[in-house]
Write a protein that binds this ligand. Structure first.
Ligand code: ATP
Length: 356
């Protein structure tokens, strides 16, 4: 029941008491997962209308513009991952394009141990806050002469300041005790040096929150050996990507954790590790938990707390009490089994606790 979002205003599209959100099913397992979410929302009468926009790696630029316009119009979207072709240097990631064009500067994941899901460590409860728009993801690469490539990492004080502010304000709003800044300032002295300086200077304004800095290599080792020491972690883009994946792996893998992409105007919800899961598509075997949790994050963002709590509790019951587990977490249930158990639990919870 966390995720008080600092400075958050309710989004744009609300008519007749219902919000309209954009769905971007994307590739791989995305379409079937978005179908599950629509089914769950309609079953529990969540006050949400959907505007679906198709996006895939083969989109033309005009189609991408239409997708961006739809998100701008509604303010909120939930998406699957859009496949990125690795072998075509001309092809930039549509996912990155979407985040940068909408200026979704903060990627926030909450990695928390789920009892009954097998993992090496218990008692993990980490919020990961990753800068989502610059650094190594600037997309500025060129081959100056054959065999020599320049990849440009750009960081700016302005963008570091806003991600640091988000981390400290998030910690404050959610009663968190410590913020750890992850960096490599011993090698990237200017770029990561600026990141470290800005976060450290800002920590002076938050005397009740403990601040520490940790080099990314040590942070990776500490995470896999003693993850319980971390509370909120704030990171530049690429380290954030890697550290988030380690943290998701620690609590059970890509099928479990959701991720929010927030800017000042728009919010896009997706899975924490942003996988396409192409080889799982169409087989009803992918774990729907991460997508369902992304939909719960979205409901909370929209202020629909009754429905967010009902879905979240129903899913928790299915996973923890009824142990309905898909293959990735050691079970033999299908995605539909998880969804159907969640629906049955929703029905009971709504009877016990009707909306006032
Ligand atoms: P794939 O062939 O599945 O697309 P990939 O190399 O493109 O694999 P990703 O889509 O990035 O990989 O996924 C990484 C791994 O996580 C894969 O093994 C994938 O099967 C698994 N995975 C991703 N999403 C889920 C999910 N929802 N439930 C279970 N496993 C998942």
């Amino acid at each position: 029941r966390t995720h008080q979002i600092p400075g958050h205003r309710l989004p744009l599209a609300k008519y007749g008491g219902r919000h309209t959100v954009c769905t971007l099913p994307g590739d791989g397992i995305g379409p079937e997962m978005i179908a599950h979410i629509k089914n769950i929302f309609s079953f529990c009468h969540a006050p949400i209308n959907f505007e679906e926009v198709q996006v895939s790696s083969s989109l033309l630029d005009g189609d991408m513009d239409a997708a961006l316009l739809a998100i701008e119009r509604n303010g909120v979207a939930i998406k699957g991952n859009i496949e990125t072709k690795h072998d075509d240097p001309q092809f930039n990631s549509r996912n990155v394009e979407l985040r940068t064009k909408l200026d979704l500067y903060a990627n926030i994941l909450h990695c928390v141990t789920i009892p009954t899901v097998p993992s090496r460590h218990a008692g993990i409860d980490i919020v990961l806050i990753r800068e989502n728009t610059e650094g190594e993801y600037s997309g500025l690469e060129h081959e100056t002469v054959p065999g020599i490539v320049e990849s440009i990492k750009i960081v700016t004080r302005e963008k570091i300041e806003r991600i640091s502010r988000m981390a400290f304000e998030y910690a404050k709003a959610n009663g968190r005790k410590k913020v750890t800044a992850v960096h490599k300032a011993n090698i990237q002295k200017l770029g990561d040096g600026l990141f470290l300086k800005v976060v450290r200077d800002m920590s002076e304004e938050y005397k009740d929150i403990k601040f520490e800095a940790m080099i990314v290599d040590n942070a990776s080792m500490q995470l896999v050996s003693k993850p319980q020491q971390f509370d909120v972690m704030v990171m530049p883009n690429l380290y954030g990507n890697i550290i988030s994946n380690i943290a998701c792996g620690l609590v059970g893998g890509p099928g479990l954790v959701s991720g929010m992409n927030l800017g000042d105007k728009y919010a896009v919800f997706e899975t924490g590790t942003r996988n396409t899961g192409t080889s799982l598509a169409g087989k009803d075997i992918a774990n729907p938990t991460a997508f369902i949790r992304a939909s719960v994050d979205m409901l909370r963002y929209l202020g629909c707390h009754y429905h967010a709590n009902i879905i979240s509790d129903a899913l928790w019951k299915a996973l923890v009490e009824q142990k309905i587990h898909t293959k990735d977490i050691g079970g033999s249930n299908s995605a539909s089994d998880v969804v159907n158990a969640t629906l049955i639990n929703i029905e009971k919870l709504m009877e016990e606790n009707p909306k006032k």
